[in-house]
Design a binder for this molecule. Sequence first.
Ligand SMILES: [Zn+2]
Length: 114
Amino acid sequence: MDQKLMGFRCKSCGRIMYPKHERCVSCKGMNMEEVELGNQCTLVTYTKLYTLPEGIEMPPLTLGIVDFGGVRAFGQIATDEPKIGMKLRPVWGKLRRLGDKDIYGFRFEPVESG
Ligand SMILES: [Zn+2]
């Protein structure tokens, strides 16, 4: 499975958003097109949660904001030692279990250096 993390570009003003908004946050335009956000991003900030949402097994859960060259996304950070500015890549997989359903989405894993 080769899932790509997609953003949404406003056709009116070019603003790229993630996740998708009903209307462009800049110009309120409603015409969006999907664009690839790419496979490398930088950790902007993070927080560790010790009280977990239902269905996530292993505390602590690290949530962070990552930057794809100006477009920011929010999600799970798959490392115990997050560092601001570290390089990450989006990886598709199972995030949690909710009732009898598996919830899939992107988490962000460190890019191995060297
Ligand atoms: Zn716009």
